[in-house]
Design a binder for this molecule. Structure first.
Ligand code: NAD
Length: 729
């Protein structure tokens, strides 16, 4: 059975239907291309066929290329992978070009058969690149459908002619947001943007009618005198577009994403030459991106492994644990967000706080969220009423009767948490799974207040809950499989990506992020210019510099954590130099964004207005400044070595979780694929050598972990040594 079938109707229209076997959405693979080409050849050669319609047997058109194949393309491209990849990509171009030319005479552009695409729903990636090669695109009027080229989001760019065709269709300016940001539109939006041609009730019927209407099919770029919309790069208008686009890309990506740079080069260089040469240029740059380890690492972490974790790669065997009624205790910042995402998933929510006023305030967060959706015409009043109707904001613990999950988000105080646990279980009994959203307190300790520690677990959300995609699920010493399954099934319901880790100080994410912030602050104390620290971090792909990050999370929280850590570690506490700066900032009442003053200054509206220059009066900037790479390595290794230690300690059981969690949890340089992928890119031997140098220069916190040393000696890679296969991957 093949994914493509052809049926020629009596009216002379050949309908090619794409229906990937065994998948809910069509995805393209090598065999699919071969099959599509065979059917196109057949239809073009058949005299009974007057026109061709390409459509889907599913309610969507296609989700894109099978990324599992793209991730492995380089490895399976033979001894000369760049050549193998380039040839493979050119083969793809040849098929789509055959669709576009449709048998026309190359000199006169006469003859040929009209080919239309009929999209019943979502069309992404290659699922739009094929329609772009057709002569007209019809889409069903389905507001839920998404149409676009999101490749850039996973570290590649549209490499099956999508880049070249879209730029020629819309001009560089029109195509830029779609290519560079991977912006998706609904069908009406895609029509307004000029990506597709018609939005209709029945796209197949409309497409059939169109191909039989004797339409002109030659593409503008195949006609003499074609001019790119908005002007080619060497015309003044086009020139400005490219200068702007180049500045925008570098401003947004800091130049760390190879795909964005390659895309822009393909667009610019392609715009200077005839269409077929432009396709060749696109293929070269696409090959260049596929050869870069960043693209493989990004696809692996941001797509393949993220999806595997969402599908329950590490879920214990247990019956379905879908949550029907959740009790959220504490309606503060976190509780309010947890109530929102639960209600959005259709789960009944009891939102409890000590005072009715506080519970109501927590619920109003959902109302505000829905109102914003209404203002953007994404949400209806009915939907708002339905979601709010699911949330019961109360002080009455009796309302928790019937809950099958509790998420506790009260103050970060073990005494308060213990009392809440007891009060809740007096109503729910011991069988209801009890989760705490603590960010720092050990789960095993908190579980002592529970009637049944096997049903006690950590579900650590990140702030703001509705935006952050990660949840960190923490197993206490006694946490049982049922609780883990419950937490994972809940994460799936609320559409978050889960990682499952073991109990240890700061679990996984905070354990890695705190050393990053501390290293930044330590450098301030040493006299490294704050602008150098912040820019070095951004230039290596961190979304926020360490000083901005601590301003966001608040300096008093940093002080609180430092004090608690010092109390726990005693003499072994390593961060005295950091605390000096942190405590001094707190004494100056510069608590970060929340006090409108921190390492940065803020205007009266709370907008960041630059680094605080007077910091230098207390911590003077040294005459000698380190080079950028040294600063970057200090900041990266501070995080990465914690990730390796978390693996050594057994806090992390799966490096996929370490990488996905790092990118989604705290934005660890996404271009790298995560800390373990980064170590694989630079290689264990170099990493160990660099750690030795950093240790000699800056201290024992950079000491090479035994595991990394051993891997360096043996020349091993993390993704080879710790590869995990599972049913969902
Ligand atoms: P918050 O101060 O905004 O909210 C806590 C809420 O709990 C308040 O509304 C308070 O009235 C309520 N509360 C306190 N005692 C209560 C009791 N006995 N019964 C019922 N309600 C009670 O705090 P937050 O930032 O939402 O944090 C809550 C928890 O989430 C903490 O454990 C924190 O460590 C954790 N957490 C916070 C973040 C963050 O970024 N803020 C991130 C992850 C986890």
């Amino acid at each position: 059975m093949t994914d493509f079938t052809l049926k020629t109707n009596a009216d002379g229209v050949a309908v090619i239907t794409w229906d990937t076997v065994g998948k809910s959405m069509n995805v393209m693979n090598q065999q699919g291309f071969t099959d599509l080409e065979t059917l196109i050849d057949q239809a073009l050669a058949d005299d009974a066929v007057k026109g061709i319609v390409i459509t889907s047997g599913k309610d969507t058109f296609a989700g894109g290329m099978d990324l599992n194949i793209i991730a492995k393309m380089k490895d399976s491209a033979g001894d000369d992978p760049a050549r193998g990849l380039f040839d493979g990509v050119m083969g793809m171009h040849a098929i789509l070009r055959k669709i576009e030319r449709a048998g026309m005479d190359p000199k006169t552009n006469k003859g040929g058969k009209p080919i239309a695409a009929a999209l019943p729903g979502t069309a992404l990636g290659i699922g739009l690149e094929i329609p772009l090669a057709c002569h007209r695109i019809f889409a069903a009027d389905n507001p839920k459908a998404k149409i676009g080229l999101p490749e850039i989001m996973v570290g590649i760019f549209p490499g099956a002619g999508g880049t070249t065709r879209l730029v020629r269709k819309l001009g560089a300016m029109g195509a830029s947001p779609l290519l560079l940001e991977g912006k998706l539109n609904d069908p009406q939006g895609a029509k307004r943007a000029g990506v597709i041609d018609d939005v209709v009730a029945d796209p197949v019927a409309a497409a059939k009618e169109w191909v039989l209407s004797n339409p002109t099919i030659v593409k503008p770029w195949d006609e003499k005198g074609y001019k790119m919309p908005g002007g080619a790069p060497y015309h003044p208008a086009g020139f400005m577009t490219f200068v702007g686009a180049s500045a925008m890309v570098n401003g947004k990506t800091q130049g760390v994403y190879p795909a964005a740079k390659a895309l822009l080069s393909a667009v610019y260089e392609g715009a200077l030459v005839p269409f077929d040469t432009a396709l060749k240029i696109e293929a070269r740059w696409f090959t260049n991106v596929l050869m870069n380890p960043s693209s493989g690492a990004m696809i692996r972490s941001l797509f393949i492994n993220k999806e595997a974790l969402e599908k329950g790669a590490n879920r214990p065997d247990a019956p379905d644990q879908k949550v029907k009624k959740v009790g959220v205790i504490g309606a503060g910042m976190m509780g309010a967000g947890i109530a929102l995402v639960s209600a959005l998933a259709g789960i009944q929510v009891v939102l409890i706080d000590a005072k009715q006023e506080a519970a109501d305030k927590g619920k109003s967060y959902t109302a505000d969220y829905m109102d914003k959706g209404i203002a953007r015409k994404k949400v209806t009043e009915d939907k708002k009423a339905a979601v709010l109707g699911l949330i019961n904001a109360t002080t009455d613990y009796a309302a928790l009767t019937g809950c099958d999950l509790i998420v506790e988000a009260v103050f970060e105080d073990p005494g308060v948490k213990a009392e809440v646990t007891k009060n809740v279980q007096a109503v729910t009994g011991p069988d209801c799974i009890f989760a705490t959203n603590t960010s720092t307190l050990p789960i095993t300790e908190l579980a002592k207040a529970s009637q049944d520690p096997t049903k006690f677990i950590g579900i650590h959300f990140f702030s703001p809950v509705d935006k952050m995609m990660l949840v960190e699920i923490i197993k206490g010493r006694d946490t049982g499989d049922l609780a883990v399954a419950k937490a994972l099934d809940y994460a799936r319901q609320i559409r978050k990506t889960p990682i499952v880790v073991n109990d240890a100080r700061f679990f996984y994410a905070n354990r890695c992020i705190i050393p990053y912030i501390n290293e930044g602050i330590r450098m301030v104390k040493e006299g490294v210019a704050p602008a150098l620290i912040e820019n070095a971090a951004k230039l290596v792909g961190m979304p926020l510099g360490p000083l901005q990050l601590v301003d966001e999370t608040s300096i008093d929280l940093g002080v609180k954590i430092a004090k608690a850590t010092k109390a726990a570690l005693g003499d072994a506490y390593p961060d005295g130099a950091v605390d000096e700066v942190l405590f001094w900032m707190a004494d100056q009442n510069r608590l970060g964004r929340k006090s409108n003053a921190g390492f940065y200054t803020y205007d009266e509206k709370g907008k960041r207005s630059g680094l605080w220059q007077d910091l230098a009066a207390q911590y003077p900037v040294a005459d000698d400044q380190p080079d950028v790479i040294t600063v970057q390595h200090r900041l990266l290794f501070a995080q990465v070595l914690e990730a390796v230690r978390a693996l050594e300690d057994g806090v992390l059981e799966d490096i996929r979780e370490g990488d996905v969690g790092a990118i989604l949890g705290w934005g660890f340089a996404p271009w790298s694929g995560g800390p373990f992928s980064w170590l694989d890119i630079i290689g264990a031997p170099y990493a160990a050598e660099r750690c030795d140098q950093l240790t000699a220069q800056f201290g024992d916190r950079f000491k090479t972990p035994d595991l990394l040393r051993e891997m360096a000696d043996k020349g091993q890679e993390f993704y080879k040594r710790f590869a995990k296969q599972d049913h969902a991957a």
